[in-house]
Ligand binder design. Structure first.
Ligand SMILES: [Fe+2]
Ligand SMILES: [Fe+2]
Length: 265
């Protein structure tokens, strides 16, 4: 089920909890930034496109949107991209050159509807200036998050996500152990290369976000995290290189699961 809540007066969260059998729930978030030029950050999961559009209509008329910020091209971010572009001719997509290339293999983006932005570059959308950044962890080379100077929020894409048993609307409502273990597990799944990184380099990347001092961190896969919670996010991510690497269930485990399901039916 897709629901919505407010992360700030001018930022709505559109969220769905995706169950991963035996592991927990992954929140899948998109965000609406209200203003003179409204921005939709990502467009939900492919499997939930119809429900996503209904939830979006509950917080804004999709015809009023001016921009889609596509953090990356994974299936949990591009779900309603095509219908939104088809229905609203003024809507443009902020992404990267690689994002356009990957989309061209499935649903090509019209060249005259693009705005290509690289990390470090800025775009002004109405009363907001958005500064593109590459988060410290990601699962797709397209990934570009951003800092919004109006709200002070950092949109971090998959970075700082967590696998959770239950998903509150505020990350601050999670216990230290729920947040830390959920975040570390997610990162070992989503960014397994973190086990091979130079820890000092990773720490410098996280310090760069500390220096931004965001009022909120809005991850695609975590409840909204206020300023009082961000340090917990940083220390969890710093711990990932030494965490146990994720290994998925193999064929023997699958067959055991199937036989249990058959026995139970
Ligand atoms: Fe992703
Ligand atoms: Fe994602």
């Amino acid at each position: 089920m897709i629901t919505t809540y407010k992360a700030a007066a001018d930022i709505d969260v559109i969220t769905s909890n995706f169950p991963v059998p035996g592991m927990g729930l992954v929140p899948i978030n998109a965000f609406v930034l209200h203003g003179a030029e409204p921005v939709l950050v990502d467009t939900g999961a492919v499997v939930e496109s119809g429900e996503f559009m209904a939830a979006l209509r509950g917080v804004i008329d999709p015809g009023d949107l001016r921009w889609i910020w596509l953090t990356h091209t994974d299936f949990d971010h591009i779900g309603s991209l095509q219908p939104l572009l088809d229905d609203n001719p003024q809507l443009r997509v902020i992404t990267t050159f690689i994002g356009v290339g990957i989309m061209s293999l499935a649903a090509p983006l019209p060249m005259d509807r693009l705005y290509l932005l690289n990390p470090g570059q800025t775009i002004t959308v109405g009363e907001r200036t958005l500064t593109a950044m590459k988060p410290p962890a990601f699962d797709n080379p397209v990934t570009t998050g951003f800092y919004d100077d109006r709200s002070g929020a950092l949109f971090s894409s998959d970075c700082f996500g967590a696998m959770l048993d239950a998903v509150p609307e505020r990350a601050s409502d999670l216990t230290d152990d729920e947040l830390r273990s959920g975040q570390i597990f997610w990162a070992t799944v989503d960014s397994p290369w973190l086990h091979k990184t130079d820890r000092a380099l990773l720490a410098r990347e996280i310090d760069a976000i500390r220096a931004m001092d965001p009022t909120l961190i809005l991850s695609s896969h975590l409840p909204a995290a206020d300023r009082a919670t961000t340090e917990r996010l940083f220390t969890s991510l710093e711990a990932v290189p030494s965490a146990t690497p994720f290994v998925g269930p193999d064929q023997a485990a699958l067959e055991q699961m199937l036989s249990q399901m058959t026995a139970g039916s």
